[in-house]
Design a protein. Structure first.
Length: 570
């Protein structure tokens, strides 16, 4: 409607008075006491959470909030107990560029204990301006016994694509996964409970950082990927709708996990060892005993890896059963895959711990023993003929100077990772979940966990005896390492690593935004769904698709569908 008011009309005077009163009211609300305009501008680094106010820092244009406690410290009565919410705070928590303490673990280089039990912290990285953005929550790997969500992972390139990234710590080893009838709910899995509490915190708080709590993608590698598979079949995660999308990187191993009876037997054995080691546990109950032990004593009781327990209250079923029977959220979007040479990392670690003596130098019988040791935890359920498996894979590399090392690596790769990942992706796709499978094949990938050559006193730099290729964890840097570090460590050209990293960042963030990794402008190679019998090859200098038949032939998946068994003679 046209306004015919004049500066002298009654209507004009009334409207002017109303506008003036409104301006005074708004000014009073924004800056009580008549403060300046600067005081009225909200501080983008100040955020109110369910526990209280926090204030972050700016790093390279990102708003960064490191060291936010998402749960109560798991100490005292909360050691070996389900995760409790973080307490409320009266004062503003002033954060810095420092991370919260990592959870207790053994340093893989020195063997010394490191970390603190007060370790349940997460970190939020967000663009300078953010509103209703997709959220990506990273769960680190490390065999459930080492690692953290801190400085190794740089989400800068992901955040630059307008997503919010959260990284986190969770309890590890015996502190995170010891199952015992007298501890917690009896089935351990405290580390998984921590992760779900972190996801719960994200759901309740991420909107204050500019994120969309209804668009959360969990992504993780190795133990982190295995954790995500556990949450996919977890009734509590499903009931609370803690995430809508999942990226599982090399996390399909050990889908049977640890049955409750076997896991509790391990916990009882740990209790017996603790009581035999000294007087600390005399006249104490099992729970009192474990809570009286020092962190170093607890670490000494654990092995080189841990695994979640199934059959209890938190995980009533294993990953294998949950996926096979469709007991998961049918609205999930899935992106998952494995690396071409996963197993070389584990064989290389053995070589390092044996003073750089190669498996090929140790001989065929040592190789056969190593294959048997790999299957030993599973023989009570499936009686694998480990000698036949060892000899079949040895023949695959006949004539290669690194025959035994590569054969054992291939057993690790195919049995533990590749074929499990293929089967899980196929099942998700068959149940009408939007599912995208990858095959990471860049053999020039920057070596991140073991240096290409190890300094040996009196000898010089000694390399691992066999090529590692596209090993376990070698895909992580392409989405979570800075550009220059990638270039410095890459064995190919800068152009090749830059191109593949840019494509993978696009795939990961597009998937987080839309549940589809393909760029809307067609800038990346089209990634078909797993139900189309295609797998995306992530490789330099160019990505491409391969048939699942090619993938299965390379990784002997038909062989593992009907493996050699040692059956009794009738």
């Amino acid at each position: 409607m046209k306004d015919n008011s004049s500066p002298t009309s009654t209507g004009f005077l009334l409207k002017t008075l109303t506008a003036s009163m409104l301006a005074i009211t708004l000014t009073g609300c924004l800056s009580s006491g008549g403060g300046s305009d600067d005081e009225a501008t909200p501080d983008p680094l100040a955020v109110t959470t369910t526990e209280g106010d926090i204030k972050g820092v700016t790093i390279e244009g990102m708003r960064v909030f490191r060291g936010i406690p998402y749960a109560a410290a798991p100490v005292g009565e909360l050691r070996f107990a389900p995760t409790a919410p973080a307490p409320e705070r009266d004062e503003t928590l002033e954060l810095s560029d420092e991370f919260g303490s990592m959870c207790p673990q053994t340093n893989i280089t020195t063997g010394a204990a490191q970390g603190e039990e007060d370790c349940l912290y997460l970190n939020v990285y967000t663009p300078g301006e953010a509103a209703d953005l997709p959220v990506m929550v990273w769960i680190h790997g490390g065999a459930f016994v080492f690692g953290n969500g801190g400085g190794e992972y740089d989400p800068t390139r992901l955040v630059a694509e307008d997503v919010i990234v959260v990284t986190l710590n969770y309890r590890l080893g015996n502190l995170g996964f010891l199952a015992h009838p007298d501890l917690g709910n009896g089935d351990g899995n405290f580390g998984l409970m921590d992760q779900q509490q972190a996801l719960r915190w994200v759901k309740e708080n991420i909107e204050a950082f500019g994120g969309d709590p209804a668009n959360v993608t969990v992504f993780g590698e190795s133990a982190g990927g295995h954790s995500i598979m556990s949450h996919i079949v977890s009734p509590s995660a499903q009931a609370e709708d803690l995430f809508q999308r999942a990226i599982i990187q090399s996390g399909s191993y050990a889908p049977d996990q640890a049955p409750l009876a076997a896991a509790q037997a391990g916990g009882l054995a740990a209790e017996a060892a603790a009581r035999a080691a000294g007087e600390t546990c005399d006249d104490l109950t099992a729970a009192e005993c474990f809570r009286a032990l020092s962190v170093s004593q607890i670490l000494a009781l654990q092995g080189s890896q841990s695994i979640p327990t199934n059959g209890g209250t938190f995980l009533p079923r294993s990953i294998r059963v949950g996926v096979a029977t469709g007991q998961y959220d049918n609205n999930l979007d899935i992106l998952m895959g494995s690396n071409q040479d996963e197993g070389t990392l584990f064989v290389a670690l053995d070589e390092l711990t044996n003073s750089l003596t190669s498996l090929d130098a140790m001989g065929v019988e040592e190789y056969r023993d190593r294959v048997h040791a790999l299957f030993a935890p599973y023989l009570a359920v499936i009686p694998y003929n480990t000698r036949q498996i060892a000899d079949d894979y040895m023949a695959r590399y006949d004539g290669n100077p690194s025959q035994l090392s590569l054969a054992l690596s291939a057993v690790w790769t195919d049995y533990m990772f590749a074929c499990n990942s293929k089967n899980q992706a196929a099942t998700f796709a068959a149940n009408n979940l939007d599912t995208f499978q990858y095959w990471f094949r860049d053999t020039n990938a920057p070596w991140t966990l073991i240096p290409p050559a190890v300094p040996v006193p009196g000898i010089g730099n000694v390399p691992i005896s066999f090529p590692q290729g596209a090993s376990h964890a070698s895909e992580i840097p392409y989405v979570l390492y800075p550009e220059q570090l990638m270039r410095d460590r890459y064995k190919g050209t800068d152009e090749a690593v830059d191109t593949l990293a840019a494509e993978m960042v696009t795939y990961w963030t597009q998937f987080a935004k839309y549940g589809d990794p393909n760029a809307s402008d067609g800038a990346t190679t089209t990634w078909p769904q797993a139900g189309d019998s295609q797998v995306m090859q992530l490789n330099a200098p160019a990505t491409s698709t391969a048939t699942k038949a090619d993938f299965e032939a390379y990784h002997w998946c038909d062989y593992w569908a009907n493996p050699p068994l040692s059956l009794p003679t009738l």
